[in-house]
Design a protein around this ligand. Structure first.
Ligand SMILES: C[S@@+](CC[C@H](N)C(=O)[O-])C[C@H]1O[C@@H](n2cnc3c(N)ncnc32)[C@H](O)[C@@H]1O
Length: 273
């Protein structure tokens, strides 16, 4: 059964989340409140989630606001999630762009990278295909970034999408865990970046992955974020969204014909048929 909380508390929580992370707390997500905020209550020595919500409303501090926003965000990810976008990157997008860049070096941004699997997948793919990729992984969650930087994953996590050959080549077994080896860890840069914030100082990027992040925002926020991403993407660059998403909220990117989840800055730039 879903726990119920004072309506004013829930409305305030929704307003805080929208302002801090863009997350829209629709009624179908209210079931997340109790399990996500129970650990926050424990950390702050509070007796209940209701108390967390009360403090958030009446005596908020920065640390509590960020802890709540982080705890409420959805961090689901896997290595090579959906597979097809990674094949598309290796076989079509990267070769097409590398041929247009001096030295063939491409700058890739994984925005909303969660615990790092997406960025490490791109790094492994780049190493196998001989691509010269400079990869930046960003998220607003400190907790996620710490795990990404450490590069330490459970058996369950590596079993989700990571082929055994790449596991053996790029990871070392440490007790019950697997740790990305130094070469793989060093092939990705990490940075805390809120998509609600200012992107100045980032980019320009040739390729941006922002997958499975925008569906948690409303249409206005999605449009603003897409436009900010476009501003730091090369004029002939590409954006990968999740396979069920569209960039329809903005005309900053156009769908690449026949390539699901891929969007181009330049509507005229055609990948080979
Ligand atoms: C569902 S995960 C997607 C991870 C990965 N991109 C993938 O597709 O597997 C969404 C990630 O977006 C991050 N996120 C949510 N709102 C954000 C914001 N405003 N700024 C930066 N990251 C955000 C969350 O912390 C979470 O790690």
């Amino acid at each position: 059964m879903t726990a119920t909380f004072a309506t004013a508390h829930v409305e305030h929580l929704a307003a805080v989340l929208k302002a801090v992370s863009g997350f829209v707390l629709t009624p179908d997500k209210h079931y997340l409140i109790e399990p996500r905020l129970a650990p926050v209550a424990r950390r702050y020595g509070m007796a209940s989630v209701e108390q967390v919500l009360g403090k958030l409303r009446t005596q908020p501090d920065e640390e509590l606001i960020w802890s709540v926003a982080e705890a409420m965000s959805v961090n689901e990810t896997t290595f090579f999630r959906d597979k097809a976008p990674f094949d598309l990157l290796r076989d079509e997008v990267a070769p097409a762009l590398a041929g247009r860049r001096a030295g063939g070096r491409l700058k890739v941004w994984c925005a909303g990278v969660s615990t790092g699997q997406e960025a490490y997948s791109i790094a492994m793919l780049g190493a196998a295909a001989g691509l010269d990729l400079e990869i930046l992984g960003t998220d607003f969650s400190q907790r996620c970034l710490e795990k990404a930087v450490a590069g330490v994953y459970t058996q369950f996590e590596v079993q989700r999408g990571l082929p055994i050959r790449q596991l053996v080549e790029h990871f070392d077994k440490q007790d019950e865990m697997w740790r990305a080896n130094a070469r793989l860890r060093q092939s990705v840069h990490w940075r805390k970046q809120n998509l609600m914030g200012d992107f100045r100082g980032l980019g320009p990027f040739d390729i941006v992955f922002c997958r499975n992040v925008l569906p948690y925002f409303d249409a206005d926020t999605r449009r603003t974020v897409l436009e900010k991403i476009a501003a730091v993407t090369a004029p002939d660059g590409f954006l990968f969204l999740g396979v069920t998403e569209t960039a329809m909220d903005s005309d900053a990117f156009r769908p690449a014909p026949g390539r699901r989840g891929l969007y181009a800055r330049d509507p005229e730039f055609r990948l080979a048929a």
